[in-house]
Design a protein around this ligand. Structure first.
Ligand code: ADP
Ligand code: MG
Length: 329
């Protein structure tokens, strides 16, 4: 099978041309897209490398899902509506079963979010998946990370730390193996099939001043927002962190391990955002409407001398030094 047959068989999806933004899809030298008047193009790329972002023997469906999910999460974090994406695929060999699973995982998530695969590149080499996503947003409805205001409350969606607990299960961490089978499955699902918070992102500009997605650890990502917003300070109340049932089980035996995962493990793909206190009643409504927990975990504060990020646990400062989050270099 040559490269052109491969693309035709696995990556030409008829639904791509049903998306009104897509004028021309896979097959020509480039795709043509058209956005409604008054909307801006939002672009982001993320690459997943075998052995670094997923285990080489991971399920192909999960890899396809996750590669697109992490990219959709960036669109959600900008409050953008998904439009189209390109796929740069580097494959060690032609493997029909693997490609079938991979394409299905990616395509089912793409259909859920009505995002069209409009092109890409296919090469041979060590397994790597590069995706560029494109979305659209009205210029006055963008969600940026550099717009935190003093007094804002910090809110996080879903539950934090499960990506880290999933990795701990996969790595046979002794504490993670004390979880029940169901709990282990649940956190592995969170690691392998993250759900990008696209609907939440689209609703946020009406109430939030700033926001981002949590991909490299809550603390590190929050620090980026504080710095970008003019070196502001913040306080986080660790007792409020929304934890899954698995995390709560582990909290009794090893609070330090649980809080470290919740604060600094990557791979949660929840949204972290800031709203003025006046928006708190609307937050509850939105949470019910989306059937997604939205939990207040802290507050943005004025910096007096140096920017600070205070962690409070059971009324006292949290004493442990933490690895801030995931860094490649
Ligand atoms: P060119 O040589 O002009 O760059 P290619 O041979 O790389 O074109 O690709 C042919 C067509 O297939 C292009 O429209 C390209 O966007 C598309 N394509 C290539 N690889 C993929 C892929 N993995 N997924 C989707 N479309 C792809
Ligand atoms: Mg090419």
């Amino acid at each position: 099978m040559d490269e052109f047959e491969l693309i035709q068989r696995y990556f030409v999806w008829p639904e791509a041309t049903a998306n009104p933004a897509v004028v021309l899809s896979v097959g020509d030298d480039a795709a043509l897209l058209s956005l409604p008047a008054g909307e801006q193009l939002v672009v982001s790329s993320d690459t997943l490398v075998s052995g670094r972002h997923f285990f080489a023997d991971a399920d192909a469906f999960d890899i396809g899902h996750k590669a697109l999910a992490v990219n959709l999460s960036d669109l959600a974090a900008m409050a953008a509506k998904p439009v189209a994406f390109t796929l740069s695929l580097t494959l060690p060999a032609f493997d029909a079963d693997w490609l079938t699973g991979f394409a299905e995982g990616m395509r089912s998530l793409a259909q859920q979010h009505n995002i069209a695969l409009v092109g890409g590149d296919t090469t041979r080499g060590p397994l790597a998946i590069g995706i560029t996503v494109m979305g659209s947003v009205k210029s006055d409805r963008v969600l940026r990370r550099d717009r935190l205001q003093v007094g804002d409350v910090l809110v996080v969606s879903g539950q934090v730390g499960d990506g880290g607990f999933g990795l701990a299960v996969a790595n046979q961490h002794p504490l993670a193996l004390t979880l029940s089978d169901d709990q282990q499955q649940a956190v592995l699902m969170r690691l392998h099939r993250p759900q990008p918070r696209v609907a939440l992102g689209l609703a946020l500009p009406a109430m939030a001043n700033a926001g981002m997605d949590v991909s490299d650890g809550l603390l590190q990502d929050l620090q980026h927002m504080l710095k970008a917003s003019g070196d502001l300070s913040a306080q986080l109340l660790l007792d409020q962190l929304p934890l899954s049932s698995a995390a709560q089980t582990l909290l009794n035996s090893d609070p330090r391990f649980v809080l470290e995962q919740a604060l600094s493990a990557g791979d949660d793909y929840e949204l972290l955002f800031a709203i003025p206190t006046s928006a708190l009643p609307v937050l509850d409504q939105l949470s019910q409407q989306l059937n997604l927990p939205l939990t207040v975990i802290g507050q943005v504060m004025q910096t007096t001398q140096q920017p600070t990020l205070d962690l409070i646990w059971q009324g006292k400062p949290w004493p442990y030094p933490l690895p801030l989050g995931y860094r490649h270099f």
